[in-house]
Design a protein around this ligand. Structure first.
Ligand SMILES: [Zn+2]
Length: 149
């Protein structure tokens, strides 16, 4: 099997996310893996597969083209989308490890596309990063009446 592991950048440095990545790689002894060239989950997949001496294919957004796109969001997304489609074309299975507080939906898009393309979707793992936990605490959970001191 060829397993793509995708996810959110903001989980960079989150130990639980790292443990989940390590476990996913360990629990598929016959698989080869792929991921993207981003920080966060992608970086963990690259590092863990190296540590566990496993093969991992890296799909990158060509840096010179991303540079050309500058801050043009539509041009950037077109490049990222084409990279994400390459990942889906390559894999037989896809695992998404993401932060539900993240404002970007890149790995969510990839998971939906993989499902549409008939790939096997492994159970998705949601882990909230510390930064997005704080934001939720500031806004207050829905239906929760903040106590007044
Ligand atoms: Zn987050």
């Amino acid at each position: 099997m060829r397993v793509a592991i995708v996810g959110t950048r903001c989980l960079e440095g989150v130990a639980l996310a790292r443990a989940m990545v390590a476990n996913a790689i360990r629990s598929h002894p016959d698989a080869i893996f792929c991921t993207g060239d981003a920080d966060g989950i992608d970086a963990m997949v690259r590092e863990e597969s190296r540590l566990q001496d496993r093969l991992c294919v890296i799909f990158d957004v060509r840096p010179e083209r991303l540079k050309q796109a500058g801050w043009d969001r539509r041009r950037r997304w077109r490049l990222l989308k084409s990279r994400n489609q390459d990942i889906v074309r390559w894999c037989t299975h896809l695992l998404r490890i993401y932060c539900p507080g993240s404002p970007t939906f890149g790995s969510g898009w990839t998971e939906q596309y993989a499902r549409q393309q008939g790939r096997i979707i492994l159970p998705t793992i949601a882990i909230r990063c510390p930064r997005h936990q704080d934001e939720e605490a500031l806004m207050g959970a829905e239906g929760f009446e903040p106590s007044v001191r």
